[in-house]
Design a binder for this molecule. Sequence first.
Ligand code: AHG
Ligand code: MN
Ligand code: MN
Ligand code: MN
Length: 334
Amino acid sequence: MSNKVTLTRFIIEQQREWPDASGTFTLLLNNIVTACKQIAHKVSRGQLIGVLGSAGSENVQGEVQKKLDIITHDIMVNQLIWTGHLAGMASEEIDDVITIPAHYTKGKYLVMFDPLDGSSNIDVNLAVGTIFSVLRCREGIEPTLDDFLAKGAEQVCAGFVLYGPSTMLILTTGQGVNGFTLDQDIGEFMLTHPNMRIPEETGEFAINMSNHRFWEAPVQRYIDECLQGKEGVRGKDFNMRWVASFVADVYRILNRGGVFLYPLDNRDPTKPAKLRIMYEANPMAFIIEQAGGMCTTGYERVLDIKPSGVHQRVPVILGSKNEVERIIRYHQDA
Ligand code: AHG
Ligand code: MN
Ligand code: MN
Ligand code: MN
């Protein structure tokens, strides 16, 4: 039997350090993780069980939903709604927040989630994931929209599961970032990447280059300098990666450093940014900062933003501290 620490043991041991540890949070996290294991199973079987392809419906984002967008949303809701730990939920895939029916006990947490991140990759068998964010909520009340619209700095937990060659859970509760790998033989996440830290220096950027002409000047300046390589002002060559799955790009940066940009662009004035603050930018910003990196819009720290809506989009620039600080300076100089 391996001497690796199970997620269950890790959370129970870490929970002893928590100010208001009541065991409820441990149970809630266990439910979230169980839902992700069910999603991992569906994702890994793909067309064998006919879950690939479009659902033919559109979500609140104006995106054509994949079948798995809906299937994974349903798994998250069905696994969490009865637990008695939640006051409410919010999902990328539906417009309104999800209230807890009267016949279920209400709890003191709110969970926001992106049930399938990177879903444009699912039909071509590339890595996808599930992102979740946990807020504490006033107890015994029907949460208002304002209860959900807390700053990212108020999160009590954030995590994501990456359905890649191996299935990994990356988790923070404000005491650093830890990575767990799913042992398929026993169905348990095992601690494999304790105390993940992002190198402050990097030579690797991640951005969707096809939007270059739509970016603001500071971002064009930063990327153009990277492309000039060692003959240019940066005096070094850069590498580029773009998976188009936020979870995969973020995990790579956690693992070996890098800088990720999904900046403002003026392609569509109604959608100047791509990533959603509540269930993409905020949870990833919490994780990145807890691992020694930074996450900004270019103009302000993402975790300091007071959200205006559950599906609000924000520009995201995150990763290795020294590169993010340089990009912030370029925005200040503009
Ligand atoms: P989702 O699949 O949950 O809608 O998120 C997709 C996001 C994010 O995962 C990724 O970084 C970005 O969209 C990719 O955008 P492009 O397809 O424009 O490159
Ligand atoms: Mn989507
Ligand atoms: Mn997403
Ligand atoms: Mn999604």
